[in-house]
Design a protein around this ligand. Structure first.
Ligand code: NAD
Length: 429
């Protein structure tokens, strides 16, 4: 059976030849630090009891406390959570945040739970994790099918257990519970900033560029809205039920409104409160990925582009909103065919960056305005995009390999500061 984690760590070997790294440092990165597996008893509204399995994996904490989201999805498995934790270590290293990587998840379809069941399950998970995580050890955040409200419940539960108000234990909280301005749209905004950086480097005109997005959740909705505002033409998008395609372009604010009201993506155009349905083709998620567009943004789940469909991908640029949407083999095929991929560990790092800002604000007890958050985020994404782009040009490698080189260099310098074989065998100063 294929392993997402085994696939993810293959990138280490690919990047190692360009990085300043020793074998023992790479070996550390090939392993996760700790895994917690829990059974969470949930009393259902009808009085029955059900046990849900949950995980929290910490990958590496050399550069700081571990950080990473919590996912609620029926397909969560420990191998996937390990891969997601590994990507978090790299994401934090690539954008220079003082964190290591972690991730968590519960095997559950949250749509099958009532609101009160969802709250009890979330509080139950925090109850089981409370001694494994903490504001200076491991800090969760939202991910697929979790949101600010769930983060708020979890923070409240942790604070009750520790008998101390502890907002810095979790990020992505609602604003009145210690959340940060600008966290809600941060990941989509980061995707947008990285596409803007590329557009500037290539001297493209946004008005000539078409964009398709897979998924229409937190990441995709915000990325699409910001891109459209800058003149990019959003021609396709989808959710778990399927997608819509309109070569003339789709109006994102209208579709967000429809999605919030009906939970479905619909091709509509609204002026004020008056909405009309516009002509659009219904397409499957698979067809969406293969559209002839300038920029494709997979923003749903991992492994949606594999060796099977990679030869049919026609987009010239892919910005990974999701974590790990392209398998290792597919990545090699795309690189050989000249597709430029802005990798997840850079493109979607906006979320964890603003989570870091939230944590800093919680610790300081002093809160910033949205403008300041946006500005600081843009500065970081633009700076690190530049570093990665330079490494890519220098080594003539893929942008993903370049991002791993950048991350490995930061991680290996932290390992070296602690002392590695080089030091103990007196090979170094
Ligand atoms: P979300 O729950 O808000 O949205 C997920 C979207 O994916 C929904 O539109 C859903 O309909 C769609 N979807 C689910 N299953 C699908 C399928 N089989 N085919 C097509 N679409 C499907 O989640 P999100 O926060 O937007 O996260 C999306 C991706 O971005 C994930 O890979 C996540 O790990 C990654 N990510 C999220 C953040 C964040 O801050 N939210 C940060 C970094 C990375």
């Amino acid at each position: 059976m294929s392993s997402i984690f085994a696939d993810a760590i293959k990138n280490l070997d690919l990047a190692a030849k360009y990085a300043d790294v020793d074998e023992e440092e790479l070996e550390r990165l090939r392993h996760t630090k700790a895994t917690l597996e829990v059974g969470i008893p949930l009393r259902r509204d009808n009085g029955s009891l059900e046990i849900f399995k949950g995980y929290r994996v910490q990958h590496d904490s050399t550069r700081g406390p571990t950080k990473g989201g919590i996912r609620y999805h029926p397909q969560v498995c420990v191998d996937e959570v390990k891969a997601l934790a590994f990507w978090m270590t790299f994401k934090c290293a690539v954008v220079g945040l003082p964190y290591g990587g972690a991730k968590g998840g519960i095997i559950v379809d949250p749509k099958s739970l009532s609101r009160m069941e969802l709250e009890r399950l979330s509080r139950g998970f925090m109850g089981q994790m409370a001694d494994f995580i903490g504001p200076d050890t491991d800090i969760p955040a939202p991910d697929v099918y979790t949101n600010a409200r769930i983060m708020g419940w979890m923070m409240d539960e942790y604070s009750k257990i520790k008998r101390q108000y502890t907002p810095a234990v979790i990020t992505g909280k609602p604003l009145p519970l210690g959340g940060s301005a600008g966290r809600e749209d941060a990941t989509g905004r980061g995707v947008y900033y990285s596409i803007k950086e590329l557009t500037a480097k290539k001297a493209w005109d946004p008005k000539t560029l078409t964009v398709a997005l897979q998924g229409f959740g937190n990441v995709a909705q915000h990325a699409a809205a910001l891109l459209q505002r800058d003149g990019y033409r959003i021609v396709a998008l989808s959710d778990s039920q399927g997608g819509i395609y309109r070569p003339e372009g789709l109006d994102i604010p209208s579709i967000v409104k429809a999605k919030n009201e009906t939970r479905r993506v619909k091709a509509i155009y609204c002026e004020g409160s008056v909405c009309e349905v516009v002509d659009a083709k219904t397409i499957s998620n698979e067809e969406l990925l293969e559209l002839d567009v300038d920029i494709l943004i997979p923003a749903a789940l991992e492994n949606v582009i594999t060796a099977d469909n990679a030869p049919r991908i026609r987009a010239k640029t892919i910005a990974e909103g999701a974590n790990g949407p392209i398998s290792f083999d597919a990545d090699q095929i795309l690189h050989e065919r000249g597709t430029l991929v802005i990798p997840d560990i850079l493109a979607n790092a906006g979320g964890v960056t603003v989570s870091y800002f939230e944590w800093v604000q919680n610790k300081a007890g002093y809160y910033w305005q949205a403008e300041e958050v946006h500005q600081r985020l843009q500065t970081i994404i633009a700076r690190e995009f530049d570093h990665v782009y330079e490494i890519m040009q220098h080594h003539q490698c893929s942008m993903r390999t370049a991002a791993y080189v950048h991350g490995i260099n930061r991680l290996s310098s932290a390992y070296r500061a602690q002392g590695t074989h080089r030091y103990y065998a007196s090979l170094d100063e």
